[in-house]
Each structure stands twice: as C-alpha cells, then as structure tokens.
Design a binder for this molecule. Structure first.
Ligand code: HPA
Length: 242
C-alpha cells in the first residue's frame, strides 16, 4: 500500500475517504500523528502528517523512527515523502517540483536507526541509492499524467534546522553538489530502507536558499508558494493512483 508522508502545508489529504485512524503509539514512542488509512479515487492509501496534526513538531524533534514504524504497521510497502525545500541550484525557482535522486545528511543527533544495538542488533544497510528507482519513475510518470513538470534528479541536502542556513553554509552545500536544501528528508529515507519500504521524495521548492538570491530569505513569500503548490502535489499523488 502507498503511504504519503505530508510535510509543511500538507497536514491532511483532500478527498480522502477515511476508513481507519491508527493509534500513534509504537514501540519507539509516539509517531507525529496516527496514520490515516483511507481511499482516494477508490484506491487505498495511507497518510501521515510528518509534523503532526494539529501540532507542529520542529524537524529535529520529529520521531522519525516511530513515524516509519507506524506506517509499516499500518501496511505501507511504499512511501512518498513530500518536503518543502530551498533551491540551491538557481534553476530551481520557487514553485518547482523536484524528485531528488541523492541525499547528503548534514543533521546531528537525530535517532536515525532501528539497528542501534538496543532496539535491534547492529546491522548495516546499503544506502548507495537512497531513493527507490521504481517509485521515482512512478512519480515522474504521474507528473506527466497530471501535466505537472517534475524536475528529475538532484542532491537533497538535509540540514538540522529549525533555523535556516547561512549563505556560507549554502555555498558549501553547492560545492558538495546539493541542488536543494530541506530539514526533514533524513533520517526518514534511511529508516524506510531499514524497514524495506520503497521510498521516494517529492520536493516543492519554496524559496531560493540563503545567499542564492539578493537579500534575506522571505518567510512570508514561502507561505504563498506552499499554498499555491499543495494542489499541484495533490494532483501528482492522485495521478500515481490512477
Ligand atoms: N533551508 C532549509 N529548509 C528549507 C528551506 C531552506 O531554505 N526552505 C524550505 N525548507
């Protein structure tokens, strides 16, 4: 079953006919919210509000382990993480939708594995290709069906937040090869891999990252870009189910 992990701006799924609301409790503590199982256009789908609903957990305090566990428990075999990002590559202007193909993890101190020697014995996983190729392809195909131009590929740099980055940090990330920056892509992607859940990211660019455009990052503008982008994201997700 396909799961959608909704990020900032996507705390509920429009048009979802709810079948069941799962408890948020897991052996790893509470997930951000209960997983909602419903149908969209007659197809089963799971939805989880990453930052909680109606609560607003900051990126570094999200219990990613509980979130992915809750999705697995609810029957998720595939998950699309929806994330808002800043554009580091100047061609990624606000409003662009991107399906990244790589990740660099700049976060610190997040509980990032089930195989920590306490919850589960130590185990290493391969993470060369952090996103599942077939699910990325499905997303890109859904973009075509929905007539939404999706940018194919790019490195997602995941920072700790909740503050935005300095211009120097973004310049360094650009040298590292990052095309976009967000705060919630990791450890979500690697935890999905640990649980053998196919995973891909659908990113909405909401601002030029620090120092990419003149002046400071305008947080009021971000709200407007998110509001305008949510409907487009919803259409891509619906096209995935057709
Ligand atoms: N930096 C980090 N995370 C973000 C940004 C940004 O500029 N925009 C949206 N999420």
């Amino acid at each position: 079953m396909l799961a959608i992990i909704g990020g900032t701006g996507l705390t509920t799924m429009a048009g979802l006919d709810v079948i069941k609301r799962h408890s948020a409790e897991t052996p790893l503590g509470a997930a951000s919210a209960g997983v909602v199982h419903g149908t969209l256009h007659g197809r089963d789908i799971l939805f989880l509000a990453r930052h909680g609903h109606p609560h607003k957990l900051p990126p570094h305090r999200i219990n990613y382990r509980a979130n992915l566990w809750a999705l697995k428990q609810a029957g998720a075999t595939r998950a699309v993480g929806v994330n808002v990002v800043g554009g580091i590559d100047p061609s990624l202007a606000p409003g662009r939708l991107v399906v990244p193909d790589q990740v660099i993890d700049y976060t610190v101190g997040r509980e990032c594995t089930y195989f920590d020697g306490r919850f589960k014995p130590l185990k290493h996983i391969d993470f060369s290709w952090p996103y599942t190729a077939s699910l990325r392809a499905e997303l890109l195909n859904a973009g075509k069906k929905a007539s939404e131009a999706l940018e194919d590929g790019g490195v997602y740099g995941c920072t700790q937040g909740p503050r935005l980055e300095t211009a120097a940090e973004i310049a360094r990330m650009a040298m590292d090869g990052c095309r976009m920056v967000g705060m919630t892509g990791m450890p979500e992607a690697s935890l999905a891999r640990e649980l053998a859940i196919d995973y891909a990211c659908l990113a909405l660019v909401v601002n030029p990252a620090a120092g990419v455009a003149e002046g400071e990052v305008n947080l009021a503008d971000i709200e407007a870009v998110i509001a305008a982008g949510i409907g487009r994201i919803q259409r891509v997700i619906e096209a995935m189910l057709d």
